[in-house]
Design a binder for this molecule. Structure first.
Ligand code: NAI
Length: 257
């Protein structure tokens, strides 16, 4: 994992559940010390307990990524405990779906509210900005860093009912390209993983019929599992992935081909 003797330090946002939980565990198994940040404090603590029980090193913290002050304080706590921050996995995300304008029998019967739009942008876009801004000064000082942020295949081709989510996830790709340009000179890479459909609580509300059709349109013929995405995060987080920056890696079983 690393050519240094001391362990690399990784932060995983939204590390309490789903893809983030799998990522925290995989990082710990690979020898990283892991900071699990999540709004769901108990979930984060459970992940840390599991890692610690398996002989790994991890700390949990309640963090709302949409709040810059939470991210700054959490980053400072990681530096205080471990002395550095090598990897940031910007994984926390939420959905609040709704059509731009919903029409029934020729009448407008609803629309995505301004609050719905803003909430998803605050977590999925501003959250990535907040966490990255909180860790980058440390990465610049140590002349090393790996920033891996989460987009989605829907950022690449749109999705019915997800104006807010698609806007945020497309924005993550744009911000990452800027950071690749701004931070490369300091030994910091910034990349994106764009997952396809992954079986987590986030997609529980998708109707069975739609899920079946999504799988039918996926060449590998199955839904993704959290470990499929975690593996991609780890690849981009690796010290040896130093010539990959500004990239978006689709991990979707071929669904956007
Ligand atoms: P999940 O719902 O299982 O986990 C998301 C985690 O983020 C939860 O632990 C939640 O507590 C945490 N979180 C939510 N708001 C937060 C906040 N303000 N601050 C800190 N933590 C917060 O979701 P899943 O499926 O594991 O998603 C992980 C990432 O992958 C998200 O960014 C999601 O948008 C993205 N993604 C997921 C796909 C899927 O099919 N599951 C597809 C494409 C992208």
């Amino acid at each position: 994992m690393t050519s240094t003797n001391s362990p690399r330090i990784a932060i995983v946002t939204g590390g309490g559940n789903g893809i983030g939980r799998a990522t925290a565990r995989m990082l710990a198994d690979a020898g990283y010390a892991v900071a699990v940040w999540d709004l769901a404090e108990q979930a984060a603590e459970e992940v840390v307990s599991a890692i610690t029980a398996a002989g790994g090193v991890a700390i949990a913290r309640k963090v709302d990524v949409s709040k810059p002050e939470d991210c700054a304080a959490a980053a400072a706590a990681v530096v205080e405990r471990f002395g550095r921050i090598d990897v940031l996995i910007n994984n926390a995300g939420v959905v609040r779906d709704g059509q731009l304008v919903k029409v029934k029998d020729g009448q407008v019967v609803g629309q995505m509210s301004a609050e719905q739009f803003q909430f998803v942008l605050d977590v999925c876009l501003k959250g990535v900005f907040n966490c990255t801004q909180a860790v980058v000064p440390t990465m610049i000082a140590q002349k090393y860093g790996r920033i891996v942020s989460t987009s989605s295949v829907v950022a690449l081709y749109g999705n019915f009912g997800q104006t807010n989510y698609v806007a945020a996830k497309a924005g993550v790709i744009g911000m990452t390209r800027v950071w690749a340009r701004e931070l490369g000179r300091y030994g910091i890479t910034a990349n994106v993983v764009a997952p396809g459909f992954v079986a987590t609580s986030m997609v529980e509300s998708i109707p069975e019929k739609v899920l079946k059709s999504m799988i039918e349109h996926t060449p590998v013929g199955r839904a993704g599992q959290p470990d499929d995405i975690a593996r991609a995060y780890l690849f981009l987080a690796d010290e040896k992935s130093s010539f990959i920056t500004g990239a978006t890696l689709s991990v979707d079983g071929g669904s956007v081909l």
